[in-house]
Design a binder for this molecule. Structure first.
Ligand code: NAD
Ligand code: TDX
Length: 361
């Protein structure tokens, strides 16, 4: 779905635009509007700009949000009408092995950004000031873990359980506090698991595709019965653009595609898609291997998206099965990109997230 930007928005700052979801936001803004897009990113291990390419309205600001001065200078340079804040360390397993960078990027980084944006917003002329928005992009993981029944909504109490989700919850609280205390016009969204092209290949779906293609064991954590509520990334981008441009200041919106699946179901679906696409001596599902569970593994996430559907008219446009098939095809056509990303990051596909007993930063 195409979301029209109001004329008051001429300059958008996207943080984390060199990442998976931020990249999809940047591409959409460049392709479907005439605005200037400022992409603030530290260009970390999960970053890549191939999907954006060279574009005269795309301005990369290579900045680490944990650096307050550099962040403030970037905001002055971008002079934004809208900030979409996606930059964050995003992988739960990495947060178990090394939580420190999650606190510096997600908590301190959001604090630095809020301070810089607040100062910018306070100095804007009245018309631009009243149209301004700070959109904070968050996750359903801040709500904790569900058992078999129920879904998360905007009124669910926060109950984060991993260093990653705790850092995201902290950043949500900071954003909310800057709204209530300083009057900063903010919108929050909390979305479920995304999938699609250009996702760094350490998340479940690309891990399974790459392991299966390599004929290596496909690691299924615990009993494989954990449930995630999957959403195709372009449907998330639709929701983000609606919330950023039409969301009510001070309000949060839960985003999810009613795509609940157990991990075992997801892994088996990918294996079945690969069986149709690639010759192998045995069905790919024979590679599925139960492995030690993730410490503190949340059992189930599910989102009730009624608010964003009723108030902003959002509807996901992709079915899980169709989007999963497209995603599998995309990864099969981009195996070299995956190899290059792994190599550049210094991580070659080994298990992460088991160092709960070690005390690493
Ligand atoms: P990603 O890891 O692919 O990209 C994150 C980007 O942020 C990277 O390019 C990274 O370099 C940048 N970044 C991290 N720390 C930074 C810092 N200190 N300064 C500047 N840049 C920094 O992550 P993603 O999957 O695209 O997630 C984007 C956002 O959406 C995150 O805030 C995440 O919490 C949220 N989210 C993700 C999902 C999901 O399923 N992937 C679901 C819901 C919400
Ligand atoms: O190899 C694996 N085997 C496995 O069984 C991996 C990498 C994961 N899993 C399981 C763990 C989870 O139950 O699959 C599920 C999905 O795992 P991840 O892809 O790591 O995602 P998750 O931990 O659910 O978090 C994701 O969704 C919410 C994103 O990484 C977050 O950034 C987002 O906020």
């Amino acid at each position: 779905m195409s979301v029209l930007l109001p004329g008051s928005i001429q300059r958008v700052l996207v943080t984390g635009g060199a990442g998976f979801i931020g990249g999809a936001v940047v591409r959409r803004l460049l392709n479907e509007s005439q605005i200037q897009v400022f992409n603030l990113d530290k260009c970390g291990y999960a970053s890549d700009l191939t999907s954006i390419g060279e574009h005269e309205r795309h301005h990369l600001l290579r900045v680490d949000l944990s650096d307050a001065e550099a962040t403030a200078a970037a905001i002055r340079q971008a002079d934004p009408d809208l900030v979409m804040h996606l930059a964050a360390e995003s992988h739960v397993d990495r947060s178990i092995d090394g939580p420190g960078v999650f606190v510096s990027s997600n908590v301190l980084g959001t604090f630095n950004l809020l301070q810089a944006v607040r100062s910018h917003w306070e100095q804007l002329p009245t018309e631009r000031q009243s149209a301004f928005r700070f959109h904070h992009i968050s996750t359903d993981e801040v709500f904790g873990s569900l058992e078999e029944h129920g879904r998360f909504s905007e009124t669910t109490a926060y109950d984060p359980r991993s260093p990653y989700s705790a850092s995201k919850a902290a950043s949500d609280h900071l954003v909310s506090a800057w709204h209530h205390t300083y009057g900063l016009p903010v919108v929050l969204t909390n979305c479920s698991n995304n999938f699609g092209p250009w996702q760094f290949p350490e998340k479940l779906i690309p891990v399974v595709i790459l392991k299966a293609v390599a004929g290596e064991p496909i690691p299924l954590y615990g009993d494989g019965g954990n449930v995630r509520d999957w959403l195709y990334v372009e449907d998330h981008v639709d929701a983000l653009l609606l919330a950023a441009t039409r969301g009510e200041s001070g309000r949060s919106y839960c985003v999810g595609g009613s795509g609940e699946r157990t991990n075992k179901q997801v892994v088996e679906s990918i294996c079945a898609l690969l069986d149709q696409r690639r010759q192998s001596s045995a069905p790919h599902a024979a590679l599925i291997t139960p492995v030690t569970d993730r410490p503190g593994h949340d059992r189930r996430y599910a989102i009730d998206p009624s608010r964003i559907q009723a108030e902003l008219g959002w509807q996901p446009q992709h079915s899980f099965d169709q989007a999963l098939a497209q995603t599998v095809d995309w990864y099969l056509a981009h195996l070299e990109w995956c190899a290059e990303m792994r190599q550049r990051s210094g991580w070659s596909g080994e298990r992460q997230g088991l160092k709960a007993g070690h005390h690493s930063q």
